[in-house]
Design a protein around this ligand. Sequence first.
Ligand SMILES: [Zn+2]
Ligand SMILES: [Zn+2]
Length: 387
Amino acid sequence: MSDYYTLLNVPRDAGEEQIKKAYRKLALEYHPDRNKGSKEAEERFKELTQAYEVLRDAEKRATYDRYGEQGLKGRAGSGGMGGIDFSDAIDVFMRDFGGFSGLEDVFGMRGGGRAQRTASRKTQTVRIRLPLTLAEVAHGVTKTLRVALLDECGSCNGSGAQAGTAPVACGACGGSGEERLVQRSVFGQFVSVQPCRACQGEGRVIDQPCGTCRGEGRARRETEIEVEVPAGVTSENFLTLRGRGSVGSRGGPRGDIVVLLEVEDDERFVRDGPDLIHELPITFGQAALGDEIDVPTIEGTARVTVPAGIQSGDLLRLKGLGLPELNGHHRGDQLLRVVLWTPDELTPEQEEALRNLRAVESTAPKHIRRRAHKGFWSRVKEAFSSG
Ligand SMILES: [Zn+2]
Ligand SMILES: [Zn+2]
């Protein structure tokens, strides 16, 4: 693993804020949610988090500066023991940046997806991806999703023990669920408290596991959930359904469901905040003489008047035909970017007409003066509302 400072791309005297910012930026780039299934990204994400965990902690950082990674290895429970694991890395990210991968919770609750950690069990957050079309984004949509959740096992009522028996106190830890580890290193003796390995920190063990769930206390069940997606969302948003996820193992609390929104590309439009940009190819004849053209909008089609003398690259604006802002009242516009289309094949008749035109046409100016197309917006609006 390379140098922590190099990894995070910060100078050796970087301050806390700088380190945090650098980590967040890189971690978002390599976050598993944005790099579906890439082992490389996962590994990088882990390394970045490891570097961040050391450099954000003054004491660990000082040790690292003096002794390098080797120096951290002696520290029990320091997170420096040969690197943190992947799920720890995810937890670190969520702890410091709240919620999901730095995405934004649609309901405005930053940190909504934060994993809750009890002494020994983690509640599990169930994540589902929800693809959306631009048209769905324009109006908001209610979707029904099928999710496989873990529910309390019916045979043992979630205890994990066979009917008629009950879990007993763990012999290894005496029911405390904790195990103490003493380690020696160049820095002296370190004691760390870890969850008991015999009972996974639960303090209880099951002698006769339930036959249905094999002692898990949970069983998988498919269920349907309804999700209301507000208008104006982006792929940077997610929705948290609090306490609607899987139950924890052996009576643990129910986790959340996090719905990651994925707005599909629409080849007709490029999204620019609340505005939608559509490229409108026109012919030279249309540009020179003006025309009425039907263009696709998110609502269907609109008839627009292309004014005579329009230049390639000019923008026409269809007011209010963009997307609504999330949790706002403003609605964006649709912009038409006019592109002059040149035919690459000509009929003899067209060729003759163009030769005649070239004989009489004016030469192009050195600079194109863009005209404001005064009064054009109102004309478009009229055309739209009547058509
Ligand atoms: Zn059971
Ligand atoms: Zn134990």
